[in-house]
Design a protein around this ligand. Structure first.
Ligand code: AMP
Ligand code: MG
Length: 392
């Protein structure tokens, strides 16, 4: 058993494949990782733009009544230059005409019977968004490594970047082991249990930015496990095999891994849950052996597999971590492992441990927002103590 921090260091320090790039339409890029910078082909705003409905005028003339010389809706190119005691009616988004240095909002004006405009209030600021004040033509607007969000897609649209380069998704092969397992659509026998890990891990992979291949349930049989593991290792960038890595009589997975050409870098981590976690490298893929218990496999994926997927993607994703006070204290008897405490956020901004019966208690995860860790050697967290909460 090695300390969690050491295990994580080995995992994140292990050389892994850097995914190559592919070019895709920007509308299909949500949650993908940007491979190449996105560069604007335009100034933004592209022209001096009215930020209000009103009258484009010269500040020095605002004490006088003004003649209206033109109407400028959005999408119209002004033809008239604003001269002394002149103005043009302008709509939000319209091009501010030459000569004007402010837009007087319509609420601060009245139209006189002569047709002229009189300013009736105090004009603050210019109400003009200047050309290129947000982005200059040629600016990098999005940097490589970014996980693309809807607002980034908005930027791509605004800057005319309709095809972009993203990292290809790493393939994660998922294998579950256990003769007791049946698939979710089946009714388990008296001694059976439904396979939840595989589906959870497939979707954790998607959220992390990868894509998954599912290899089904391998019964607790060495030959079966060996052949499916060998196939998965040859077809994927990462392989996750769950179950069979503890020390039970049927837990031959570590020896099968070695036979399949995996060099095991650690087997056993001082973390609770997650002690049997195993990690190894193969000529084609990186291998994780995660515990069969669904809470353990969920947490260890988040803590150890996800960083590897991010590294392969060149992603700069980091988990959100907040410093929050504990709503309730936590205590434990044995301290030789780092403990992962699932917590939720309370409306008053505190971390509250969720009811948690152990590593098989899958429904506890539904209420979980994040985890708090209790380091090796630490027995308690006091009520009110400030802790680091990592979103999972
Ligand atoms: P193992 O790591 O194989 O010793 O399994 C530990 C516990 O997790 C046992 O109660 C298993 O039945 C359960 N388990 C193993 N694999 C899965 C799975 N794919 N889905 C749900 N539970 C599992
Ligand atoms: Mg098992």
């Amino acid at each position: 058993m090695i300390p969690f921090e050491k295990a994580l260091e080995i995992v994140t320090g292990t050389e892994c494949r850097r995914m190559t790039k592919e070019t895709i339409p920007f509308t299909e890029s949500l949650n993908r990782v940007l491979y190449s910078p996105v560069v604007s082909d335009t100034d933004l705003p592209p022209f001096n733009k009215a930020a209000m409905d009103g009258f484009a005028a010269r500040k020095t003339d605002l004490g006088n009544d003004l003649d209206i010389i033109e109407t400028i809706p959005a999408g119209y190119t002004p033809r008239q230059r604003i001269g002394v005691n002149q103005c043009s009616r302008i709509m939000t988004g319209g091009v501010v005409p030459e000569g004007a240095d402010c837009v007087v909002e319509v609420e601060l004006t009245e139209q006189l019977p002569t047709g002229r405009i009189r300013i009736t209030g105090t004009v603050r600021g210019t109400n003009i968004s200047s050309r290129a004040e947000d982005v200059k033509n040629g600016d990098v607007v999005l940097n490589p490594g970014k996980v693309i969000r809807p607002q980034d897609i908005g930027i791509m649209a605004a800057t005319g970047q309709t095809r972009i380069e993203v990292s290809k998704k790493p393939w994660t092969g998922i294998i579950s082991t256990g003769s007791e397992l049946v698939e979710p659509g089946e009714t388990p026998s008296a001694s059976g249990i439904r396979n939840s890990n595989s589906y959870q891990l497939i979707h954790q992979t998607y959220v992390a930015g990868g894509t998954a291949r599912y290899y089904g349930i391998a019964k607790d049989d060495e030959a079966v496990t060996f052949s499916v593991l060998q196939k998965a290792l040859s077809e994927n960038d990462i392989v996750i095999i769950t179950g069979g890595v503890s020390m039970g009589d049927f837990d031959f997975v570590p020896s099968v891994m070695e036979r399949a050409g995996v060099k095991i870098l650690f087997s056993g981590v001082a973390v609770k849950p997650g002690k049997p976690t195993t990690f190894g490298i193969h000529e084609n893929a990186i291998l994780f052996g995660l515990p069969g218990n669904p809470v353990s496999s969920f947490m260890l994926f988040e803590l150890m597999v996800r960083p590897v997927i991010c590294k392969m993607l060149g992603s700069n994703w980091k988990p959100l971590t907040l410093k929050l006070p504990m709503k309730e204290g936590v205590s434990r008897k044995y301290t030789e492992r780092m403990a992962l405490i699932p917590v939720k956020l309370t409306p008053d901004g505190m971390a509250l441990p969720v009811e948690y019966h152990g590593s098989g208690h899958l429904t506890a995860l539904t209420d979980t927002w994040g985890i708090v860790t209790l380091p090796v050697g630490t027995k308690t967290i006091e009520k009110g103590e400030l802790v680091s909460v990592r979103q999972i």
